[in-house]
Ligand binder design. Structure first.
Ligand code: NAD
Ligand code: ZN
Length: 363
């Protein structure tokens, strides 16, 4: 399957299917990437033993020389320290302006390598090779970043790849918890944009959790398509793009106060999506909106209740740090019905406190 992300001169294709990594060299040649310039492959120490060899071999067969930088797995690698390490590898490896930087891995490697690609010699070609379900989201849209000690994703850029090569075979080695968490963002794309796709996700929950290639391929194509559509209408988040943040205001707060790593991103936004639905219900929407939202998420084994140990004041405090807070009112993405959301800028702190308490009582 091929999808096109329409961004004028910065448009690029997303290829989704099986066996793509072993054809990486052909795709590079087809996209006119220079075989005279070394290619830097950035990956992590979980992904490298599983999937690196095929990429290296395929590129080598097509006449490309490769430099590999393996970073430690996990969010900690999205740091300026590791960014500098990757830069060192790029310089020592002799990368030039026509060299491509490849991100082989999940969202961490994608965001890190993307920021390297955006900065090395003020920008070199970038290729995303996502290996997680969550990365269907992070590999589309051009946001690349590393974290600052004080704030996540604080140092970054908008930088679009030349192409995304999404080999769904790599997903077979994902730990089950990562599968569930990644599917939370797939469901999110349904909830914000497409009622029929949301129903499809509910009906194919078992196949998706079993990593059925046909079902996965469809779901990831649909998820990428929705994200690409939204991003192509609003590349720099001046308006519409904000709807992609459904569940993220509370989700980010949960991630921050529980300590990064305690909840996977997908788990935290699952609770956040339940909370957003409940805010809508408290504002007059039919309660079935909340029931349906949470039943889909629970079907994927995702959490939808607020853990008792997460302190209400701390959650609110963490949300205040969020970029979307203005004068005691919060900008929230709230569902109107399954598949439709609205950007609401007058959510009161008290409304959020109320759903935090209500979601704790559900437990
Ligand atoms: P990740 O990259 O840390 O991957 C999750 C875990 O799975 C890691 O331990 C990794 O080593 C392992 N892994 C990856 N692929 C594997 C495979 N095929 N087999 C076995 N193990 C594998 O995390 P993620 O969930 O992919 O991404 C999270 C990151 O993405 C966060 O930093 C988040 O900020 C970022 N993100 C960015 C955007 C964006 O628009 N740029 C959007 C959403 C999320
Ligand atoms: Zn997200």
């Amino acid at each position: 399957r091929t999808l096109q992300v329409d961004l004028g001169e910065r448009s690029y294709p997303i290829y989704i299917g099986g066996g793509l990594l072993s054809q990486a060299g052909d795709y590079f040649a087809r996209h006119g990437l220079s075989a005279k310039s070394p290619v830097l492959i950035v990956t992590d120490d979980n992904v490298a033993p599983l999937h690196l060899k095929q990429v290296e071999e395929s590129l080598r067969q097509a006449g490309y020389s490769t430099v590999v930088k393996i970073v430690p797995a996990g969010e900690k690698s999205k740091s300026l320290d590791v960014f500098e390490d990757v830069m060192t590898a790029a310089i020592e490896g002799g990368l030039d302006r026509k060299s491509a930087v490849v991100a082989l891995g999940g969202g961490v490697v994608g965001d890190l390598a993307g920021f390297v690609a955006a900065s090395y010699m003020r920008g070199v070609p970038f290729v995303q090779m996502p290996t997680t379900i969550l990365a269907h989201d992070s590999s589309v849209g051009g946001k690349v970043a590393v974290n600052h000690r004080l704030a996540k994703n604080m140092i970054g850029a908008f930088y679009q790849p030349e192409m995304v090569l999404y080999d769904v075979d790599t997903l077979q080695t994902l730990p089950e918890r990562e599968v569930r968490a990644g599917l939370a963002e797939v469901v999110k794309h349904g909830l914000i944009w497409d009622e029929a796709f949301t129903s499809w996700c509910r009906e194919h929950t078992a196949e998706l959790l079993a990593l059925d290639p046909e079902a996965l391929g469809y779901a990831l194509t649909k998820g990428c398509e929705i994200k690409a559509h939204v991003v192509s209408r609003d590349e720099r988040e001046n308006g519409l793009r904000a709807i992609l943040n459904l569940g993220h205001t509370i989700g980010h707060a949960i991630e921050a106060i529980a300590g990064y790593g305690e909840y996977l991103h997908g788990e935290a936004i699952s609770i956040g999506m339940a909370a957003a639905a409940l805010i809508s219900v408290n504002r007059g929407a039919d309660r079935s909106l909340y029931e349906e939202t949470t039943s889909i998420l629970r079907g994927f084994g995702l959490p939808t209740i607020m853990p008792e140990q997460l302190d209400e004041d701390k959650i609110i405090g963490a949300m205040m740090h969020d970029k979307k807070f203005k004068e005691q009112q919060l900008v929230f993405i709230l569902p109107k019905s399954i598949g439709k959301v609205e950007i609401v800028s007058d959510v009161k702190v008290e409304e959020v406190r109320r759903v935090i308490r209500e979601l704790k009582e559900e437990g």
